[in-house]
Ligand binder design. Structure first.
Ligand SMILES: [Zn+2]
Ligand SMILES: [Zn+2]
Length: 234
């Protein structure tokens, strides 16, 4: 057996989206490639979610609301086959997906991210106990993969998540905000960056990103943006 065959036997190459077996060197299966629904213009000026027409500047979530971040660059709409894939990335130790997802973010929003020209990527932190249990923070893996590709540093020290928050799903909107605002704090090492690009796997209500942006502003950072693999569809 050749070494490549042995490696493939031990670590079979699988599609990051549907988990089917792939030939060596192929990154994603054809069926999934066709299914990926990239976020396309026109987009909300704030969160980057698709809007229905060119006249709509902000989606209904961003209208009449003050945000701490300036603009977002989500890559893919959160519909099949993304939900199962992101769950494996987050909870099932499929950390190797980070490089595929970083490529997809750049394929979809690389031009816009480069146009912002951030000083640094900052991943949304997880609580250290959760990170220890899971072994990794998926947002940090994404930020590192993006940083490597664009030669932009990654800062994992500026933000920390210092209490185990209650599961957001079980709380109403108001309690969610309070719950989150207590969860994120400035970390040990503060740097007053000009432009920060927050990184997360998914943007849903925006509460997490915006709370992180508020903390970064308190740290003296000026402009906060975000990018994510997915955003919830309208
Ligand atoms: Zn597939
Ligand atoms: Zn929006």
């Amino acid at each position: 057996m050749k070494i490549n065959n042995i490696l493939e036997f031990i670590y079979p190459n699988r599609c990051p989206l549907c988990d089917c077996l792939l030939e060596h060197g192929i990154k994603v299966c054809d069926a999934c490639r066709m299914q990926i629904l990239y976020v396309r213009e026109p987009c909300c000026f704030r969160c980057g979610k698709e809007v229905f027409d060119e006249e709509t500047e902000y989606c209904k979530d961003c209208m009449d609301r003050e945000w701490n971040y300036i603009k977002g660059f989500p890559a893919i709409n959160y519909i099949d086959p993304l939900p199962h894939s992101l769950a494996r990335f987050k909870y099932k130790n499929c950390r190797q997906y980070a490089s595929f997802y970083a490529d997809e973010i750049l394929r979809s929003k690389g031009r816009q991210i480069l146009a912002v020209s951030p000083d640094v990527f900052v991943p949304v932190p997880v609580h250290r106990k959760r990170k220890r249990k899971r072994g990794y923070n998926q947002a940090e893996l994404l930020a590192r993969a993006l940083g490597k590709r664009l030669h932009i540093p990654v800062d994992t020290e500026i933000l920390c998540r210092n209490i185990n928050t209650m599961p957001q799903k079980e709380l109403g909107q108001k309690l969610r905000t309070i719950n989150l605002s207590k969860a994120f704090q400035p970390g040990k090492k503060i740097v007053e960056y000009n432009k920060v690009m927050l990184v997360d796997d998914i943007y849903t209500t925006g509460a997490t990103i915006d709370t992180c942006a508020a903390v970064l502003k308190r740290c003296g950072c000026k402009e906060i943006y975000y990018t994510s693999v997915c955003i919830g569809k309208l």
